[in-house]
Design a protein around this ligand. Structure first.
Ligand SMILES: Cc1cc2nc3c(=O)[nH]c(=O)nc-3n(C[C@H](O)[C@H](O)[C@H](O)COP(=O)(O)OP(=O)(O)OC[C@H]3O[C@@H](n4cnc5c(N)ncnc54)[C@H](O)[C@@H]3O)c2cc1C
Length: 512
């Protein structure tokens, strides 16, 4: 929880000497912050834009074992991911929720029924639960009424889990703050600082106040995801990343009504795709290709990716006659993948995390949302080595400590224990447009969750900008009094923020 005047105090608070400075406020940085603070370290985290505004907002929203990693023989990653999935479902009910997936089998499909059955058996075995089973075509089709039945031989149902990637990141960060972590958004690490040959901090710029200052720490963790080669260049680290973009559409549920998620293989190249029921809409993706757009721009879905996804949607749901223009929005993210063998295709690159230690800078890249806790513990081991300390690895501790009955409610799970303490107001139960975001949640986010801009509220504290027609521009007048009252904005600031949001939405999220 951030008090409303926290930014004016951040520079003074950051003058202390820290054990760890974490650069990057995505899931990797948030996870390391939490585990390091729990180990008793003094931790500060900075994020150049909004928290979770990088890859951690643009994933497929799955907390999953990753069936396809089994196909590529990556058993260790799959087992670890399945176990983390089970743990996150247990520790974060309401934020990481079980989701059934349908997996159709068509005549001449490869892999065929028996190979899939073996893979799903192994998947269940790793979870020590039996979830998957086979259905004949009539039963399978009854669950997916719009699915192409040509050559359908039947299919499987299996289980994974769903989340809101931003809220997961924020929830971990809120927990980290309750353990004393100092965390600021819109503060960028410009230049690493050195003590002799060893990194011992960073010169940072607060992009909201325009002020530059130094933060000193015994260890600096580079958790900047797809940007991580930039900080590594300052310690002469050779570039190692292969940024790979993945894009998704968000369709209104009535355009692509899937009660359960479905896994499909693209008819052209057999890459796996998902249609996922998410927050009242259907998310459809993803692509996997080299990201050649400038890294200083927010990634966008290209026309070719749009065509690729729509071709698959039309193949599998012919009666829906889907088009890009039917979508509410689209979004794209960049996977921070460590480059593997020369000539490897995008999909062949490993999703394992990688940790490098160079002149006191510990860089963590790759990995998945799902495995953030394991990755954070691995980073903490490296931090311990750098500090000459040994931390007991506690793989059994819950991710979020129970905080009473309200932890189980939607607000408590998503926003943390302070949510229950917020006094009620008359219009709190009102929803924002057709979403199920209530004004109480919006008010809480504005007053406790470091919202600096309108897009923070509409694209990250809530995902309303992805779920409402035209990014929810028609709902903004209903929001204006709440936002302006809570953040102290005048009419001029409000109209600047609306313009900033409108331009950003059209550039990045308008369906291509
Ligand atoms: C299309 C797609 C689908 C995916 N689907 C899934 C999925 O379903 N399930 C799953 O488990 N994983 C999934 N992943 C993987 C997962 O999303 C990523 O592994 C994870 O989000 C990476 O988190 P991160 O913290 O390393 O990077 P990021 O979230 O990108 O965080 C890095 C942060 O560092 C900040 N930063 C950069 N430079 C600086 C600086 N100089 N100073 C301060 N801050 C800086 C950036 O602004 C950014 O916010 C998917 C990835 C993609 C791209």
């Amino acid at each position: 929880m951030w008090t409303q005047d926290w930014r004016s105090q951040f520079e003074a608070a950051a003058e202390r000497a820290f054990d760890v400075l974490i650069v990057g406020g995505g899931i990797a940085g948030a996870g390391v912050a939490l585990q390091a603070a729990r180990a008793g370290l003094r931790v500060v985290l900075i994020e150049q834009n909004d928290f979770a505004s990088g890859t951690s907002s643009w994933s497929s929203k799955l907390v999953h074992g990753g069936l396809r990693y089994l196909a590529s023989g990556d058993w260790r990653l799959t087992r670890e991911s399945v176990q983390e999935r089970q743990r996150l479902m247990h520790d974060l009910p309401g934020l990481v929720t079980p989701l059934d997936f349908m997996l159709p089998v068509y005549a001449h499909d490869k892999p065929g029924r028996w190979a899939l059955q073996a893979a799903l058996g192994a998947y269940d075995f790793m979870a020590r639960k039996r979830y998957s089973h086979y259905m004949k075509p009539a039963e399978f089709g009854a669950h997916m009424p719009y699915l192409n039945r040509d050559g359908l031989k039947g299919g499987f149902v299996y289980r994974d889990a769903l989340t809101d990637d931003v809220r997961l990141t924020l929830r971990v960060l809120i927990e980290a703050r309750s353990h004393g972590v100092l965390a600021a958004n819109y503060v960028r690490a410009e230049q690493l600082l050195f003590d002799g040959d060893t990194v011992n901090g960073a010169r940072v710029a607060d992009r909201e106040t325009g002020r530059c200052f130094d933060i000193r720490a015994a260890v600096v963790v580079n958790a900047t995801g797809p940007w991580s080669d930039r900080l590594r260049a300052q310690v002469e680290g050779a570039a190692q990343l292969r940024p790979l973009r993945g894009s998704h559409f968000v369709f209104p549920f009535h355009v692509l009504p899937v009660g359960r998620a479905i896994t499909l293989f693209h008819p052209d190249d057999r890459r796996p795709l998902f249609a996922i029921p998410w927050q009242g809409a259907t998310v459809f993706g993803t692509t996997d290709l080299d990201h050649e757009q400038p890294m200083d721009e927010v990634p966008r879905m290209s026309a070719a990716e749009s065509d690729y996804l729509i071709a698959a949607a039309r193949h599998y749901f012919p009666a829906r006659n889907m088009q890009a223009a039917d979508a509410l929005s689209c979004f794209a993210g960049v996977r921070p993948i460590v480059r593997g063998e020369p000539g490897a295709s995008a999909s062949q690159e490993s999703r394992e995390s990688s940790i490098e230690r160079e002149r006191g800078l510990i860089t963590v890249t790759g990995g998945k949302l799902t495995t953030f806790r394991v990755t954070a513990n691995d980073v903490l081991e490296q931090v311990g080595q750098a500090l000459g300390r040994r931390f007991v690895r506690n793989d059994k501790a819950p991710i979020i400590h129970a905080v009473g009955a309200d932890a189980q409610t939607r607000g408590g799970v998503r926003h943390g224990p302070a949510f229950a303490g917020m006094s009620a107001r008359a219009d709190d139960a009102r929803a924002l447009g057709t979403t199920d975001y209530r004004f109480r949640e919006l008010r809480f986010a504005l007053s406790h969750e470091a919202v600096a801009h309108l897009d923070d509220l509409l694209l990250r504290r809530t995902r309303a900008g992805l779920l409402l027609d035209q990014g929810g521009l028609a709902q903004l007048s209903a929001l204006e009094p709440l936002v302006c009252d809570t953040l102290g904005w005048d009419a001029a600031r409000w109209s600047d923020e609306v313009e900033r949001y409108r331009a950003h939405w059209h550039q990045v999220h308008a369906p291509v």
